[in-house]
Design a protein around this ligand. Structure first.
Ligand code: SF4
Ligand code: SF4
Length: 162
């Protein structure tokens, strides 16, 4: 967390990021507070719902006059949470889907039909491609997706205040 704190320590608490945040009106995310907690070295920050509430739109980072890449801060918090095995079930399911098929979304019969109508070839990811994807993810440090934390991770449902 020291890297996060160093980046966040330049924060002026102006709340420009909060005003720009596209997630805030939906799920109550307050990036200014997250930056403040990161600057203070709050060890529990990665364990809460905040890292998973950000939709990484970069609206905050593009407007921060202190040059703090707030969106990257959220990525770092997620990485820290994942290292601790604290991955919300919805994210865990998508990661498993990607590792199993190479796709973030299931390829349905409807998808196949629409591709045919558009004159596109049938969709297929080669087994070798999936294998390489798994190797890359393992090399990048993807944690064990079957390791669950003792307490469930609250990812902050839409409309839920922080
Ligand atoms: S916009 Fe930048 S300086 Fe202002 S509160 Fe957000 S992170 Fe801090
Ligand atoms: S990147 Fe995250 S914190 Fe920044 S404005 Fe978008 S949703 Fe909000």
């Amino acid at each position: 967390m020291s890297g996060l704190a160093a980046k966040a320590s330049n924060c002026m608490q102006c709340n420009v990021c909060g005003a720009a945040c596209t997630a805030g009106p939906v799920n109550g995310l307050r990036p200014r507070e997250v930056v403040q907690r990161a600057a203070a070295g709050d060890p529990g920050l990665a364990d809460g719902p905040e890292p998973w509430k950000c939709v990484t739109c970069y609206a905050c980072a593009s407007q921060c006059r202190a040059g703090i890449d707030v969106a990257e801060l959220f990525y770092e918090l997620r990485n820290e949470a994942a290292r601790r095995g604290r991955i919300p079930d919805a994210y865990r399911a998508v990661a498993k889907q990607v590792l199993a098929s190479g796709c973030a979304f299931p390829v349905t019969r409807n998808t196949a039909r629409m591709r045919q109508e558009l004159g596109l070839p049938p969709f297929a990811v080669s087994p070798r491609g999936v294998e390489e994807l798994n190797s890359l993810c393992r090399a990048a440090g993807l944690p064990d997706l079957d390791r669950h934390p003792e307490a469930p991770v609250d990812a902050g449902a839409p409309g839920k205040e922080a």
